[in-house]
Structure formats: C-alpha cells, structure tokens
Design a protein around this ligand. Structure first.
Ligand code: FAD
Length: 383
C-alpha cells in the first residue's frame, strides 16, 4: 500500500483539521454535557462538502474514494466522533443500502438530501430482544392491497430527534423452505401515522446523539417504500456492514489518537516528585502502548478502505478493523484517564468523555466478541 497522500487528500485533511479546531473544539464539551446534537456544526460541515463521503456526485455526494473518506472521518473524530458519525451516515448502512438497492426515485428523494447534509436518516435495526442476532427480529409486516402494514419496535436507535426517515426492517413470517424469517427493508418517513420515538436521557456515552425506541404501530407504507426485493431485506442490511464498520473503526481511531495527544501533553506538563510525569518509565509505557495500538488501528482501517476501493469483499478485515480500533480506543482512554490522575474526573479535561465513548465503541456496530468470532470463523471455517 502507498501511504503517501495526494495533494487533494492533503488539502481535504487540512480543511477538516482546521474546521474541527475552529468550529467543533470550542463547543464539544458543552453539547456533550447538554446531550445536544450540534446540528449547526453539521450544516457548516456540509457547506464545506465534508458530508458527502463515498456517495457519487450524481446523488449529492462527494464521490470520494474509501481511503480519503476514512482519513477525513478520523480527522474530525479526533475532536468529536459524533460529527464523525453524521459524516458516516450517507456512506454507511443508511446511505449505502439505498445506493446499492434503492430505486432511482429513492436515491433522488432520500439519498441525495442525506449526502448533501440537508436531512438526516437513521438505521432502525436492533430490537429489545434480538440485539446482535438481527435476523431474529420480532417486527412484522403484512401485505394489504398495494401497501405494507408494519408493527413492532426497534431499540437503541440513534438520531431519533433529527431523523426525517428510518431505514428499518420487518419480516413477513418464516419461509418454510429455509426456516428463515422473510425480512423486508423499508424507508419509513418519521412523520407517518403510527411512528413514535422515545429517546433515552442521561446516557453513559455518545451523549449528543438521541438514542432510544422507535415504535411502529400499524404503519402503512406503499410498495415504493420497499428497499430491494421483498423477503430479501437481510441482504440489504448485510451488504453495507463493511462500510458501517469502516466508519466506526475510523471514528474509534480518531478517538484513540485524541487520547494519545492529551496524555502526551499532560505527561509533559504535570510535575510530580520534581519531574514531569513523562520521565516515569511506567507512564512512558502507557503512552507508547496506546500510541502503537492507535497506529496499528489506523493501518487496519486503511487496509479495509483500500480493499473497498479495489471492490473486494472484506468481511474479516472489517471485523478486525472495528474490533481492534475500538479496543485501542478503550486502552488509550484508560491510559489517558490514569495519567490525568484526579484531574481525569474533572470536566476541565476531556478524558472522562473519551473513556465513556470508547466503551460504547466496543459494543456498537457488532460487539467485539462477535467480531472475534467472525475473524476466527474466516480462518477455521467453523461457526
Ligand atoms: C449509543 C448506541 C447507539 C446505537 N445506535 C444504533 C442505531 O442507530 N441503530 C441500531 O439498529 N442499533 C443501534 N445500537 C444498537 C447496537 O448496535 C447494539 O447494542 C449492539 O449490536 C449489541 O446488541 P445488544 O445490546 O442487544 O447486545 P446483545 O446481543 O444482548 O449482546 C450482549 C453481549 O453479549 C455478548 N455477545 C453477543 N453476541 C455474541 C456472540 N455472537 N459471540 C460472543 N459474545 C456475544 C457480547 O459481549 C455483547 O456485548 C446502538 C447502541 C448504542 C449503545
């Protein structure tokens, strides 16, 4: 792999770095405490063209390659991964499902405004009972004339306060031949009768994002709301997992790098026993291990992005990048907190937020035990 940056990549990364320092850094602690999604920052990022990711320009996107996209998401996430997740929506599960499986009308109506950063869409996959095992969902749909009627509830769904529509899933019953549920993917407008949202408050991590329950009660949608083929919705969800995992891994790498930066700075400045913390070998060890893990995470992210750019399937590589980067973020956050001593618990420093968010990264987009199982399965062939 060639690690040198093109002039265009260099320009975009500098643009993102400058934007993050100027527009995000002064506010991130406040909107995290207030549990407020910084929509004004997302609008400003959209004006700079930072939201469009890998979505083709014909559908409102920036038409970036995956490597440049991942580098931009990491750069922004060094300051705030919540802005990073907003940047990932068009290129991840939500946008990519429509790009690959959607009709031309769905692409123009839903994907293009999402990629331009004008509206938000959200992914409604997880349910209260079936978490990691998404294909075992309880939400059902039935056919009524030319419509589908959906009943059920999704749990732990993000962007409940800003999403104008949800890419969500329901099943038509069990296929007797395969024994599997006949899952359908739908775009459900948030203002349809029967759609209600119930965000949780005072979450442990990812606080600016309103996450909670999406309830669908007799929600009637036309056939045009179906994404992909009837009964083949699980393929829609699975198609985009590599893109989703790339975005999460890039965000976690950004968070890990932020931890390395703050712990290095603090260790240089804080004097204990008449020497800077950075002179203690056990402190050096924590900094060095966190930094090396962050570098390794970045390389796994870039390898995944490179494979996506070459049109290759990268199931195990996506799991490796997601699992390793989020574990690296957790390791770096714990070290950063430890090095800050008592000051780690103070709001004056960001390490408490970093630690809370790093923990969530180990759970979302497939928990890290699942990813280890997928990597082992790819090596052994045993499920
Ligand atoms: C802040 C936040 C935002 C989220 N946003 C969204 C969203 O926008 N849309 C959406 O659909 N979902 C969202 N989720 C849900 C998230 O993707 C799920 O929480 C996650 O997939 C795990 O599901 P679960 O919590 O039900 O865990 P469970 O499936 O109950 O698993 C619990 C634990 O069991 C272990 N485990 C589970 N399966 C395995 C396995 N196969 N092998 C070994 N160990 C295993 C793991 O340790 C796992 O953490 C969000 C969650 C959070 C916390």
């Amino acid at each position: 792999m060639d690690f040198s940056l093109t002039d265009e990549q260099q320009r975009l990364i500098e643009l993102a770095r400058d934007f993050a320092q100027r527009e995000i850094a002064p506010h991130v602690a406040d909107y995290d405490r207030e549990e407020r999604f910084p929509i004004e920052i997302i609008r400003a990022a959209a004006e700079l063209g930072l939201m469009g990711g890998v979505v083709p320009t014909a559908y409102g996107g920036a038409g970036l390659d995956f490597k440049t996209y991942a580098m931009l998401v990491e750069e922004i996430s060094r300051v705030c991964h919540v802005v990073g997740v907003a940047m990932s929506l068009p290129s991840g599960l939500v946008g990519s499902s429509i790009e690959v499986f959607g009709t031309e009308e769905q692409k123009q109506r839903y994907l293009a405004p999402l990629a331009r950063g004008e509206v938000f869409g959200a992914a409604g996959v997880t349910e209260a009972r079936s978490g990691t095992d998404v294909s075992d969902m309880d939400t059902r749909c039935r056919i009524d004339g030319s419509d589908y009627v959906i009943n059920g509830a999704k749990m732990w769904i993000s962007f409940l306060d800003v999403a104008k529509w949800f890419l969500t899933f329901a099943h038509l019953g069990v296929d007797e031949r395969t024994g599997r549920k006949r899952v359908c993917a739908f775009i459900v407008d948030a203002d349809l009768p029967g759609v209600s949202v119930h965000p949780l408050s005072n979450k442990f991590g990812f606080r600016p994002i309103k996450t909670g329950e999406l309830v669908l009660t007799d929600v009637r949608v036309p056939r045009e709301a179906l994404v992909g083929e009837e009964g083949r919705g699980f393929a829609v969800a699975m198609n985009a997992v590599e893109n989703g995992r790339l975005g999460v891994a890039a965000r976690a790498t950004g968070l890990a790098q932020a931890c390395v930066n703050v712990m290095s700075e603090y260790a240089r400045e804080r004097v204990v026993f008449r020497q800077p913390l950075a002179a203690f070998q056990m402190v050096q060890s924590m900094i060095a291990d966190a930094s090396t893990a962050t570098e390794a995470a970045r390389l796994l992210v870039l390898r995944l992005a490179d494979m996506k750019d070459r049109g290759l399937r990268a199931r195990a590589e996506a799991s490796a990048a997601k699992q390793y980067a989020s574990d690296a973020a957790m390791q770096a956050a714990l070290a950063a907190f430890q090095i800050h001593g008592a000051y780690g618990v103070s709001e004056e420093y960001p390490v408490g937020r970093y630690m809370r968010d790093a923990k969530v990264f180990q759970i979302v987009e497939g928990n890290n035990q699942l990813h280890r199982a997928l990597i082992a399965e790819s090596l052994t062939g045993v499920r």
